[in-house]
Design a protein around this ligand. Structure first.
Ligand code: ARG
Ligand code: ZN
Length: 857
């Protein structure tokens, strides 16, 4: 059954306090839950209270200390008949955490116990109204064998502890009322890096990052990132931490990135552990971003939570924006912006143009876990970023201040947020609210005309139909524009134009010649721009635009325009040749521009991904895209061989550091290798092997190995074996070893994946490992889209095997097959066949069932 947003009603009962007692064991944990319930004066009275459960066994229930006559099971839920105003219910459940492979609720991971309750995992621990608008104050007593679980952690503050014989216990109290999805508990043999942070108002907060013994020396970056997050949120959003203790725990079996449980964040080890020998620059950035993200949730998510799960973007969109702005401030702002846009276009745009498209505030769902999407998270962040762009930073801050002030302690809605921004900034956001209800990426058609001394900018928007939404209304689209004088290279200053009708015209005076248009600078709106722009203009912008993002964009447009033309045949041989010449010229000026930082140079040198090129076409032949993209790489590698090598030589040999300069050097080095791999594979193999052998850090080593993994050379086998031997036992690095092979450009990548499935280190029980092999494979178009459909069958087989073990992770593989409408006929049929085979399985999880059904359409 689909749940509808419009069906929301407040819960009939309040549960102001809850007390839980856990008797902990890996195979058997007993939970005693005492709920104080009272009628909710703001809701319609109900003769019963519905307590959600999921795969739970009820051991016993009492009401006010006596028998609880009126209770019954309704499916997985427990429904209790209650008369009168207030009662105390006591419920006993028993769990087997070792048997919990779904990794939702309480589960065992590497001998420790931990929890994941968002969105609906708490109901796998005890019977409870497991919805975000029921807020309670929690007191929790944990007890268990001290030798096995020397560390006992829960939300809030530890208020008491003791021990008897081999058993010890701890009592924790969280003073802040919270919904059940923010509950967390950890018991295990852990060690901590400890530090402290003093807040602006003088509260000294103890900080701990908990990991397994032996991992402690890889926690420094996480701790530093946490302290920077705490400071940044005070300075940028005026938000202070509100407890005396903040714990982070790293676990190796985790469905997602991390979780913002109050005072006890639980993280995938991937987003905690790093040192130069085992983590790439990308890993370091990921840790800083996710630590920030979860910390920022303390206000945008915990102090103000969501009324219902349709409002998920209220906390996720806003928190993603906050973590993006944080990372922008900590490093290179333009490079971070480019990375974020790349994710948006690579993941969210395809979502928006496919069968699973949904608005950032969806109207219905079957399984909420399926809606932790790039649309809710990343497009959600873009929508709030647009409000910030239109208001300006200072005014926007007045809006967020009002939001935090007005809704602190509440379970709020997206509408509450928009209204606060509206009231705080004085903007009228009536029409802007359509961004919350309409799915689909708007297309903006752009034409620039010139007459006399004025330039006329003609803009029009269309929003494509999406499932359930055939017709759309125009939305306000804020576009930053600048016009450049062709001779002087100067522009007249950036302006913000807002297209809020189907079409509009903006006139700019004072141009004797037709200027060069730079539009959607900094990617001010999450739209796709359609325009006929000359390659001359793009070469001009790639070399001269003062907005680094726009420069990147011009390079991408140059290459994408060429590749689309070459794949579709719209460009004839002669046209292709001149286009490649223009691209090489632009690339040369990028390589030789000594005002550029290497980190930014790396972005300008990067080719658009196969997925992004595919997204520009209605129907795609993945094989052709791959071939043309490799051919362009080879051509550039040939033409610019001496420039590439000079660049490599200039940056090589820099000592390791995490500053922008050294990171930039590492980025361009591996880019040079990948161009060389296309044009001169033997030389590239030699250079990559050299880089691999002489590197003192994972970025260079992994970069070299990535290039080698795509080549047929003896160095390939050697270095892959060396890498495996060197890092055997380090799960996160072995994940990289799997992923490198599954995402490689090697023509036999699909066979490599099949073989790796049988590797002794492969397991379906660990989501990181599953993703490292199969997500990497599904995102590798040249392997996944093998013309005979073998790649599709492999993913279908995986889904069927994984679904009973970990439904949430299994369902995440469906969207790759769901793209069939955009793939050429032959493959499209094979993709459908694979989906239908999954759909026909006798027993599917709700997660996978929903995704398959939607994908078949
Ligand atoms: N709120 C978490 C975050 O944004 C994500 C947790 C989602 N977990 C899940 N099982 N769906 O970091
Ligand atoms: Zn989040």
């Amino acid at each position: 059954p689909e749940i509808q947003r419009s069906d929301y009603t407040p819960f009939a009962w309040l549960i102001p306090t809850i007390r839980m007692e856990f008797d902990l064991g890996l195979d058997k944990t007993r939970v005693v839950t005492r709920l104080d319930v009272e009628r909710n004066p703001d809701a319609d009275a109900s003769p019963t209270i519905r307590l959600n459960g999921d795969s739970l066994e009820l051991v016993s229930i009492t009401c006010d200390g006596g028998d609880c006559a009126g209770h019954m099971m309704d499916g997985d839920d427990l429904v209790v008949t209650l008369e009168g105003e207030r009662h105390t219910l006591e419920i006993v459940t028993e769990l087997d955490p070792s048997d919990n492979s779904q990794l939702m609720g309480l589960y065992a991971s590497n001998g420790m116990l931990c929890t994941q309750c968002e969105a609906e995992g708490f109901r796998r621990i005890t019977f409870f109204p497991d919805r975000p608008d029921v807020l309670s104050t929690y007191t929790v007593r944990m007890s268990g064998p001290k030798a096995q679980f020397p560390v006992l952690l829960c939300n809030g503050n530890r208020t008491d502890a003791g021990e008897e014989g081999g058993t010890h216990w701890a009592e924790w109290q969280d003073p802040w009322p919270k919904p059940s999805y923010l509950f967390a508990l950890v018991a295990g043999d852990l060690v901590a890096r400890t530090d402290s942070f003093t807040t602006a108002s003088g509260r000294k907060v103890e900080l701990n990052v908990w990991v397994r013994d032996g991992d402690l020396d890889r926690t420094e970056h996480a701790m530093e990132s946490l302290k920077r997050s705490m400071k940044w949120d005070e300075e940028t959003f005026g938000r202070e931490y509100d407890l005396d203790l903040f714990n982070i725990v790293a676990v190796s079996d985790f469905n997602m990135g991390a979780m913002e449980n109050k005072g006890l964040n639980i993280f995938n080890t991937k987003y905690v552990l790093a040192d130069p020998d085992t983590a790439t620059d990308g890993d370091y950035d990921g840790i800083e971003g996710v630590i920030g993200h979860e910390y920022f949730h303390n206000w945008s998510g915990n102090r103000i939570t969501c009324r219902d799960w349709f409002q998920l973007s209220l906390k996720e969109g806003f928190t993603v924006l906050r973590d993006q702005l944080f990372s922008q401030d900590m490093g290179s702002a333009p490079v971070k912006r480019i990375e974020d846009v790349r994710v948006l276009r690579g993941v969210q745009f395809p979502e928006d143009s496919g069968p699973l498209a949904h608005p950032i505030r969806p109207d219905s769902y079957r399984e909420i876990s399926n809606f932790y999407t790039a649309t809710i998270y990343n497009k959600g962040a873009e929508v709030i970023r647009m409000m910030r762009t239109m208001a300006g930073e200072e005014r926007f801050r007045r809006g967020t201040d009002l939001y935090f002030d007005r809704h602190d302690g509440e379970a709020a809605t997206c509408e509450d947020f928009v209204k606060s921004i509206e009231d705080g900034t004085g903007m009228d956001l009536t029409q802007f609210r359509r961004w919350y209800s309409q799915a689909g990426t708007p297309k903006v058609r752009v034409d620039l005309e010139h007459t006399g001394n004025s330039a006329t900018l003609k803009l029009s928007q269309t929003i494509p139909a999406t499932p359930g939404q055939p017709n759309k209304k125009p939305m306000p689209i804020p576009l930053k524009v600048a016009l450049f004088d062709r001779q002087s290279g100067e522009n007249t200053g950036e302006e913000l134009v807002v297209l809020d009708q189907d079409s509009a015209i903006f006139t700019f005076d004072g141009f004797l010649q037709k200027p060069v248009l730079s539009i959607n600078r900094t990617f001010s709106a999450p739209v796709s721009i359609e325009r006929d722009v000359s390659r001359d203009d793009l070469v001009f912008l790639a070399a001269q635009d003062d907005d680094p993002f726009a420069r990147y964009e011009a390079m991408q447009e140059l290459m994408t325009g060429y590749l689309v033309g070459a794949v579709t045949g719209d460009l004839d041989d002669a046209g292709c040749k001149t286009a490649r010449g223009d691209i090489a010229q632009a690339m040369k000026s990028v390589i030789e521009d000594d005002r550029l930082e290497d980190l930014m140079r790396g972005e300008l040198m990067s080719m658009p991904s196969q997925a992004y090129i595919a997204e520009q076409m209605l129907v795609v032949d993945p094989g052709r895209i791959h071939a043309e993209r490799e051919a362009l790489k080879a051509d550039l590698g040939d033409r610019l061989a001496s420039q590439f090598h000079a660049l490599y030589d200039r940056v090589e040999g820099l000592p390791f550091s995490l500053d922008a300069h050294a990171k930039g050097a590492r980025k361009v080095k591996t880019l040079v290798l990948s161009y060389a791999a296309a044009s001169d594979p033997a030389k590239a193999a030699e250079l990559a092997a050299y880089q691999y052998d002489h590197s003192d850090n994972m970025t260079d080593r992994q970069g070299a190995l990535m290039v080698l993994a795509g080549l047929d050379s003896p160095e390939r086998t050697d270095k892959l074996q060396d890498f495996y031997n060197r890092y055997a036992g380090n799960a996160l690095v072995i994940d990289k070893w799997f992923a490198l092979q599954a995402s490689s450009l090697h023509p036999d990548a699909i066979d490599h994946v099949k073989a790796l499935r049988g590797h002794p280190d492969f397991t379906l029980k660990n989501p990181n490992r599953v993703r490292s092999l199969y997500m990497a494979f599904a995102a590798n178009p040249s392997a996944f889209h093998a013309a005979d459909g073998e790649g599709y069958d492999m993913i279908a087989d995986l889904v069927l095997e994984l679904d009973p073990i970990n439904a949430q992770t299994a369902a995440r593989f469906i969207p790759s097959l769901g793209r069939w409408r955009r793939i050429e006929e032959g493959r499209a049929k094979l993709m459908r066949d694979a989906l239908e085979r999954v759909a026909a399985a006798p027993k599917l999880s709700r997660d996978t069932f929903e995704q398959v059904t939607r994908s078949l359409g």
